[in-house]
Ligand binder design. Structure first.
Ligand code: NAP
Ligand code: ZN
Length: 352
């Protein structure tokens, strides 16, 4: 069994500890990936803090994984040793339901997608995620990272990138569309870059103006503070599409008022508490409230290729394994510019 060094949290809200885990020898259609970088997604934090219900501990989170192929199974055709690859939020699905067959594995109706961590894999064991030095994954759930992308900057694309790319494409972000991105954290900053690259007119709605310069650099044409009540008066009926990446409860009525007639508010944030709204906020303007979950494998590859073509990566802060616990607090405080990525070369060699 290949061994990996990992960082695990033993219980909800406990500090991360260095540990050793076992990975599978790659089966016939699997690849063993040497992980170089793993992003810290706010979903890792919701999970590790039991904000979405009881998680399975010890927990090794991580679903923004970039590295190189170290070994391949006998029937692997898509990858060779040395290839630059990524692994995202899920590592398997039923492969037979209409969603899997149409490349929408993230909505698998035949039992659901199998999460990269905090889920039971095909081998009947709880999956460990990307805060580790290696992972064994099916070739069909492995992505190719184009040469032009830096691996550290590519890792966050596997969740943050695709989570914004998919709804931007689905709701037609492009020239002539006015798009607002709410919350400029890990997901939000990728939303700004992607929507701008697609040709949309992008506005950032952030709690303050402190990150305004960065937002403009990422491609935003306008930037407003949501802490200023004037923002909601000035921007009334201004957007065709609003995507909220906020990790906390949101005043949906206020944001719906910023849509034009027939506009759509897509909420991709997954706060601990339920959201609520007044029915009139939708009815008065035939507005739509929607959700979206990451993206399928083919669409994730399309997103990576799009990013390479447009020279887009995540803006990252590189940290070591010992920094993960402190990084979680900084993410929750909106104090990250704009995604932490963990350098697994800081983990040290496995013992025994
Ligand atoms: P993040 O880096 O923490 O960014 C969230 C941003 O939301 C913050 O940077 C902040 O932006 C804003 N925010 C935070 N607390 C707020 C509050 N109380 N009021 C208003 N705004 C607030 O997190 P992330 O990794 O981008 O993830 C965001 C959310 O999406 C999480 O809930 C995560 O679980 C979820 N998620 C969903 C999917 C999906 O497929 N649907 C995928 C990945 C993650 P400003 O500082 O600019 O105000
Ligand atoms: Zn994520």
């Amino acid at each position: 069994m290949p061994q990996a060094v990992a960082y695990a949290t033993p219980s909800a809200r406990a500090p991360f500890e260095r540990t050793t885990i076992e990975r599978r020898e790659p089966g016939p259609t699997e690849v063993l990936v040497d992980i170089a970088w793993a992003g810290i997604c706010h979903s890792d934090i919701h999970t590790a803090r039991n904000e979405w219900g009881e998680a399975h501990f010890p927990l090794v989170p991580g679903h923004e994984i970039a590295g190189t192929v170290a070994a391949v199974g006998s029937k692997v055709t898509k990858f060779a040793v040395g290839d630059r690859v990524g692994v995202g939020v899920f590592v398997d699905s039923c492969r037979e339901c209409p969603e899997c067959r149409s490349g929408r594995e993230q909505y698998c109706s035949g039992g659901g997608m199998v999460g990269t961590y905090n889920a039971v894999g095909r081998d009947g064991r709880w999956n460990d995620g990307g805060y580790s030095t290696s992972i064994t994954v099916e070739q069909d759930y492995t992505l190719r990272i184009p040469d032009g992308l830096d691996l550290a900057e590519a890792a966050p694309l596997l969740c943050a990138g695709i989570t914004l790319y998919s709804p931007l494409r689905h709701w037609g972000a492009g020239p002539g569309k006015r798009v607002a991105i709410v919350g400029m954290g890990g997901l939000g900053h990728m939303g700004v870059k992607l929507a701008a690259a697609m040709g949309a007119e992008v506005t950032v709605l952030s709690q303050s103006l402190s990150k305004q310069e960065d937002g403009r650099r990422f491609g935003a044409a306008a930037y407003h503070a949501t802490s200023d009540a004037e923002t909601f008066r000035t921007l009334r009926s201004s957007f065709d599409l609003i995507i909220s990446t906020v990790s906390a409860t949101l005043d949906l009525d206020a944001y719906l008022s910023l849509l034009v007639v027939d506009g759509t508010l897509v909420n991709v944030g997954l706060p601990e508490e339920p959201l609520s709204l007044r029915a009139g906020s939708l009815n008065g303007g035939r507005k739509q409230l929607a959700g979206s979950n990451i993206g399928g494998i083919a669409e994730t590859q399309e997103m990576l290729d799009f990013c390479a073509e447009h020279g887009l990566g995540a803006t990252v802060e590189r940290i070591g394994g010992e920094d993960i616990t402190a990084a979680y607090d900084r993410v929750v405080a909106s104090d990250v510019r704009y995604r932490f990525v963990i350098d697994t070369s800081t983990f040290g060699a496995e013992q025994g």
